[in-house]
Write a protein that binds this ligand. Structure first.
Ligand code: BGC
Length: 781
């Protein structure tokens, strides 16, 4: 057997290279301007066209290009304006959003292109966050696939559908790092890690923007919300953030940098203050870093009324100063608040805003419109729109994406066998719980144009699978509320089944997403009561947990034998869950956020600093473990450890990791620092054998973490620097190798530079952020 494994290992050598270019991963090294000609916004050939048009424009027409309104279902507080048609004909609007049919976009476009003096087309935007009509799993779930090519394909399909209606601009991806599950918008991003977040950000941008931005099925992407929005204090949406430059550079900025390097066409400024300065009037972030350092040449859009909100922040005394500060702070386009429309012309005439600054922003907007090909093809094609939605390849991809996003959190034996996948013994199934047929919740908090009736429900898929005669379905209770009678009926139905599938969790529409922070992260309403009563029947229970974030369910994790986190899975909810429960799909999703035991642990993230008094203080290469002493960094009433660590997820098979092998070495800090700006070359390879020791094929997400010891600034106990999804047949071994570039060992020092310093380096190749034994090597002077 051993010999067979070795032979397999020798043939199956997987070289895991970063999917990002050398500058983009977790770095943001001192910049040369990003020049991604693929998207068109960096195309020098646009300059002449932009300048020629700009010369013809009046000041009023220029300002018009910097004005954006929501013309459909609002996604923020009402603005009270409705006279868009008149304004468009006068050249006073550059962009509209929240309309998404060819009929509506064409109606407004006709006014711009046929009635306005200069015939400059409108660019139409929408929050296409995880699909347009074909709703894919929410972004937190998509990130849990650790499968960037798959995420890229979902974005491609979203672009194909959206563009058919004339929507050529999506306000996605949200690349905010989220370390606090109370924050409802955690669901919209890729979780807590800057490396994974960067890889996912680039995948979305590539998917939306395609190989050419002017292809009719491409849409301009937006990296949002710049920056630090996810660090809202106490997890309360829109709240203040305080982030040191060191942490900004190493944690919060990398996914934005990766988006810029992937050619993202627009950036959205955020709602929050950052170190006292609102991010929608923040010249250090918007001009010094984004423009001067990174060379970004796309449009900076505000968030919904975030320029007007400078008044509420207390940095502007009225709408005029809000316009002045937002614009001079680096926001090119004003979403929804009208303050640019009302005041920019006057501010130029009063000499407070130079016209050259107006020209700069207008250039970015015109450049985007030319790059999208809107001047040549301003209208949507209704015939294409009719055929574009929910095509079979889209629906198939939605099922694969959902299956790969599910994270198997627990799978304990029942009568000697892991409960999942459901074996032949599961003849009579009771499906219980309010999420079993909550179709809007299955869609997630930003379903775009997705409709509840597009969702293949869990109860239908399960009934089909086991046969109506073997299937009972009871809601039991609502997501909130519920009656004693319904609860009792569900519990007695559970008592007569062989296996109970409990579909519990939170509602996506009201409990996740924007303005949906939660102070309590348990099961809402009477669901915990239902859970406990069903478990008390003694029947084997599988908890299928629907949520947009981790929920603190210590009782469930102790008492329920099997728990599958399915997030909010999208249009293929039912079929994807059923294929996973019955084992046709083997779970391979892994957590992209540390799963808390209790709200008191938040914010919680694996890549934390060790502190001077770590709870596990003996071994610097180990993550924080159980408390050993009174005077250590710990709680007196809760563990430091998460319920499940970042990177964690079970499979129906098992994987064994061999020791980490390092080849290369002799690394010198000064040379590596120099190489940071060269890009490209790897300097060291780390590898380990990974074996599928179980009875069935499976996919493992092999993760590489680095820890630096002896550096000038304290560094995290571990930082993800690579990962690879590897398919392994039963008994198969593959050597998984990571080619590491100097960026993997770089840090932002207190002299505001990216450097590699002399240090001891621990490299882990492991199944998650809390296990594995490192290989050690040194970087010398
Ligand atoms: C959200 C953005 C969104 C915008 C437009 C805002 O409230 O913060 O993420 O893109 O609305 O809908």
């Amino acid at each position: 057997m051993m010999r067979r494994l070795l032979a397999t290992a020798a043939f199956a050598f997987v070289l895991a290279c970063n999917t990002l270019d050398s500058r983009s991963a977790a770095q943001g090294v001192a910049a040369t301007p990003a020049t991604n000609s693929r998207t068109g916004i960096y195309d020098p050939a646009l300059d002449a066209r932009v300048d020629a048009l700009l010369r013809k424009m009046t000041l009023e027409e220029k300002v018009g290009q910097l004005v954006q309104y929501s013309a459909g279902q609002p996604t923020g507080p009402g603005t009270g304006r409705t006279d868009y048609e008149d304004m468009i004909a006068k050249g006073q609007i550059g962009a509209l959003f929240n309309i998404a049919t060819a009929k509506d976009t064409n109606k407004y476009q006709r006014l711009a292109v046929e009635k306005s003096r200069l015939k400059i087309p409108i660019v139409f935007g929408l929050d296409v966050i995880h699909g347009f009509r074909t709703t894919f799993p929410v972004p937190l779930a998509l990130a849990s696939t650790w499968d960037p090519p798959l995420v890229e394909q979902t974005a491609r399909i979203a672009a194909r559908e959206a563009s058919a209606t004339g929507v050529r601009w999506t306000f996605s991806p949200m690349v905010d790092i989220a370390r606090d599950a109370r924050w409802g918008r955690m669901t919209e991003g890729a979780g807590e890690d800057p490396y994974l977040g960067s890889v996912m950000a680039a995948a979305y941008v590539r998917g939306y923007q395609g190989s050419r931005l002017d292809a009719p099925d491409s849409v301009a992407a937006t990296a949002k919300h710049y920056v630090g929005y996810g660090a809202a204090e106490a997890g309360r949406d829109y709240n203040t953030t305080e982030i040191s430059e060191h942490t900004l550079r190493q944690i919060y900025l990398p996914p934005f940098r990766a988006s810029v390097d992937a050619g993202v066409a627009t950036i959205m400024s955020a709602f929050n203050t950052l170190n006292g300065v609102p991010t929608s009037a923040n010249p250090f972030m918007l001009r010094n870093i984004l423009r001067d350092e990174w060379g970004f040449r796309g449009v900076v859009d505000s968030d919904w009324e975030s320029v007007r909100e400078l008044i509420q922040h207390g940095v502007a005394v009225d709408r005029e100063t809000a316009a002045l500060k937002g614009f001079m702070g680096g926001v090119d386009m004003d979403m929804a608040s009208s303050v640019y429309h009302d005041h920019l012309v006057g501010l130029v005439r009063a000499g407070k805003v130079p016209e050259a600054r107006i020209d700069e922003s207008v250039r970015y907007v015109l450049r985007l419109k030319y790059a999208l090909g809107l001047f040549e093809k301003p209208y949507a094609d209704a015939a294409r729109e009719r055929k574009a939605m929910l095509r079979p390849d889209a629906v198939t991809l939605a099922k694969t994406a959902a299956e790969r996003s599910f994270v198997l959190l627990k799978n304990a034996p029942v009568q000697g066998e892991p409960l999942l996948p459901l074996a032949a013994r599961a003849k009579r199934i009771a499906l219980i719980g309010p999420l079993a047929d909550d179709l809007p919740s299955a869609l997630g908090s930003w379903p775009g144009m997705g409709k509840a009736e597009d969702v293949a429900p869990l109860h239908t898929a399960l009934a089909k699978r086991v046969g109506e005669q073997n299937f009972v379905h009871h809601k039991g209770v609502g997501v909130t509320g519920g009656s004693d009678e319904d609860l009792s009926a569900a519990v007695s139905a559970a008592g007569s089944a062989d296996v109970v599938i409990l579909a519990l969790g939170e509602s996506s529409q009201t409990m996740t997403g924007e303005a949906a922070s939660r102070a309590f992260l348990g099961l809402p309403g009477r669901q915990q009561e239902l859970l406990e009563k069903v478990v008390a029947t003694g029947k084997p229970v599988v908890l299928v947990l629907f949520s947009g974030r981790p929920l603190t369910l210590p009782w469930a994790f102790e008492k329920v034998p099997a728990v599958l986190a399915v997030w909010q899975p999208g249009v293929q909810t039912g079929p994807a869950i059923v294929s996973t429960l019955f084992g046709e799909s083997n779970p391979s999703g892994r957590l992209v956020v540390s799963w808390p035991r209790s709200v008191g642990q938040l914010p919680l993230y694996y890549n934390a600093l060790n502190t001077g008094r770590p709870a596990n203080k003996n071994d610097l290469t180990k993550p924080i473990g159980p408390p050993e002493d009174k005077y250590v960094s710990k709680y007196i009433d809760e563990s430091n450890d998460p319920q499940f660590p970042f990177g964690y997820g079970l499979s129906y098979t098992n994987f064994r990791y061999g020791p980490v092998d390092i080849s290369g070495g002799g690394l010198k800090a000064a040379e590596l620092t120099k190489a940071l700006t060269d890009g490209g070359k790897s300097v060291l390879t780390a590898s380990a054998d990974v074996t599928n020791t179980g009875p069935r094929p499976g996919e493992e997400v092999v993760q590489l973490y680095v820890r630096l010891i002896g550096t000038s600034m304290a560094q995290p106990v571990r930082s993800l620097k690579g990962f690879e999804r590897v398919a392994l047949a039963a008994g198969e071994t593959k050597k998984v190798a990571f080619a590491l570039k100097p960026e993997a060992f770089a840090l932002w020092n207190d002299r505001h530079q990216w450097v590699v310093e002399p240090s001891k380096v621990a490299v882990y190749i492991s199944a998650d952020s809390a296990t594995g034994s490192p290989a050690l090597f040194e970087i010398s002077e």
